[in-house]
Design a protein around this ligand. Structure first.
Ligand SMILES: Cc1ncc(COP(=O)(O)O)c(C=O)c1O
Length: 381
C-alpha cells in the first residue's frame, strides 16, 4: 500500500505567490487553475536547489538531455519509442501549439477543436491568425468522447489543423487507441494536420491507459505532439515544454519555428523537467495513487453533500467537470460569492460548459473536505 502525498495546511499554502493563490482575495479557497498543492518531487527539488545554489540561472540549453530524458520516460511508462533528437524544447505548451499553427496554416484558415475544452484552445487560434471551427465532444449517459462522425463532417470542410487534447481537459477523457486510430485515418484522408496537446498524459489514473498519438500507425506523417512535465510535476511557472515529431515532414515544421524561440524556454524548467523525466517515476506513481484516492473522496463528498451535482469521474487529470445545472444557470459566480470557493467557470470551456464548473482536486483531503462543506453550506444558506 503506497502512502498518499501530504499537503501542507492551508495557512502554509496561502503563502504561495502563484496565480492559484493570488488571483482571489484571502479567504477564498482556490480550486480553479490547474496547479497542485503537493510539494515538489524530491529529485526535482534537489535539481533546482543545486542549480540555484550554483547560480546556474542563465539561458537554457536543452539538447540533448531533455530529449534523452523524455525518451527514457516515454519508453518506461508507455513503451513508446521516441527519437531523442525529435524532441524540441519550447517555452510552454501554449507557445508550442501557437508556433505549430503558424507553420501549418495560412491567415484565415480554419482550425478545429472539440469543446468543452481547455479555454486557451479558443485563444491560440486568433493568436495564430486562424479561425476556430468547433466540433463538440459527443456526450451521453456514459460521459464524453470524440464525435468521430462530426469530426469527419468537419474535416470534409478542410480545416488546416485539428487541435486535440489527449487526455482531454476538462472532461478527463482518455481517448482510446481505437478512437485515435480512426482520427489519424481521417486526418490522412482529408489532409488535416493533428496537433496533439498531451500535457496531461502522465496523469492518467488507475483504470485507463494513455495512447500517445505518435505511437499509432500512420500518425508520424500527420501528427505532432506537444508534451511537458509541467502538469504532472507542477512546474508551470518554470516554462518548459517540448514538441515531439516522428517523421521528416513534421521535423521540418519545427525547423520553421522562429530562430529565437530556442532562447525562450526557462532554464530552471529544463533542469526540473530533466530531473522529473529521469528520476520522478516513483513520486509520480505516488501522485497517481493520491489523486485516485482524492477522486474517490470527491465522489463520496458530492454524493453526500451535493447530490444535485452530477459528474463522470475523470480517467485522467486532477480536474473534475461538474454539472451543476440543477443548482444554478451560472454556478461559478454563485459559489465564489456565497461559498468563497473559486472554481473554473464552465462557460470558459465553450457554450457546452453552461451550468458547469471545473474543480481542481490536486490537493489534500482536508482542502476537499473544506471546499465541499462550503459549497453545501452555500446551497442550504
Ligand atoms: C490541456 C492543456 N494544455 C496546456 C496547458 C497549459 O500548458 P502550458 O502552461 O505549458 O502552456 C494546460 C494547463 O492546464 C492544459 O490543461
Amino acid at each position: 500500500m503506497t502512502d498518499e502525498l501530504p499537503v501542507a495546511p492551508l495557512s502554509e499554502l496561502t503563502r504561495r505567490r502563484s496565480a492559484k493563490w493570488r488571483k482571489y482575495p484571502a479567504g477564498v479557497l482556490p480550486l480553479h487553475v490547474a496547479e497542485m498543492d503537493f510539494a515538489l518531487a524530491p529529485p526535482v527539488l534537489a535539481a533546482l536547489r543545486e542549480a540555484v545554489d550554483a547560480s546556474d540561472v542563465g539561458y537554457s540549453h536543452a539538447e540533448p538531455e531533455l530529449g534523452e530524458a523524455y525518451a527514457g520516460f516515454a519508453a518506461d511508462r508507455w513503451g513508446w519509442q521516441v527519437d531523442p533528437a525529435a524532441v524540441t524544447a519550447i517555452t510552454d505548451v501554449g507557445v508550442g501549439v501557437v508556433e505549430l499553427l503558424r507553420v501549418f496554416t495560412r491567415p484565415g484558415d480554419m482550425v478545429a477543436i472539440s469543446p468543452p475544452v481547455y479555454p486557451p484552445f479558443f485563444d491560440w487560434n486568433p493568436e495564430a491568425g486562424v479561425r476556430t471551427f468547433e466540433v463538440p465532444l459527443h456526450r451521453d449517459e456514459t460521459g464524453y468522447r470524440l464525435d468521430l462522425a462530426a469530426i469527419e463532417t468537419a474535416f470534409a470542410l478542410h480545416p488546416a489543423v485539428y487541435v486535440l487534447s489527449n487526455p482531454h481537459n476538462p472532461v478527463g477523457r482518455v481517448h482510446t487507441a481505437e478512437e485515435l486510430t480512426a482520427l489519424v485515418r481521417l486526418a490522412a484522408r482529408y489532409r488535416v494536420t493533428l496537433v496533439s496537446d498531451e500535457i496531461h498524459a502522465p496523469l492518467v489514473l488507475p483504470g485507463a491507459a494513455y495512447t500517445p498519438i505518435l505511437s499509432l500507425p500512420g500518425a508520424a506523417d500527420v501528427a505532432v505532439a506537444v508534451v511537458s512535465a509541467s502538469k504532472a510535476f507542477n512546474l508551470a511557472g518554470l516554462k518548459c515544454a517540448a514538441v515531439v515529431t516522428a517523421s521528416a515532414r513534421m521535423a521540418a515544421a519545427v525547423e520553421d519555428f522562429p530562430p529565437d524561440s530556442r532562447w525562450r524556454t526557462g532554464h530552471l524548467g529544463v533542469i526540473a523537467s530533466i530531473a522529473a523525466f529521469r528520476h520522478g517515476g516513483p513520486w509520480l506513481d505516488q501522485l497517481l495513487h493520491t489523486l485516485d484516492a482524492r477522486r474517490t473522496q470527491l465522489g463520496r463528498l458530492l454524493r453526500d453533500r451535493l447530490p444535485a451535482v452530477s459528474w463522470h469521474p475523470p480517467q485522467a487529470t486532477y480536474l473534475a467537470w461538474l454539472d451543476c445545472h440543477k443548482l444554478a444557470d451560472d454556478p461559478q459566480p454563485f459559489f465564489l460569492d456565497r461559498a468563497k470557493v473559486a472554481l473554473e467557470d464552465g462557460l470558459h470551456f465553450g457554450a457546452a460548459g453552461a451550468g458547469h464548473v471545473r474543480l481542481n482536486y490536486g490537493t489534500g483531503a482536508h482542502v476537499l473536505d473544506e471546499a465541499t462543506a462550503r459549497l453545501a453550506a452555500a446551497l442550504s444558506g
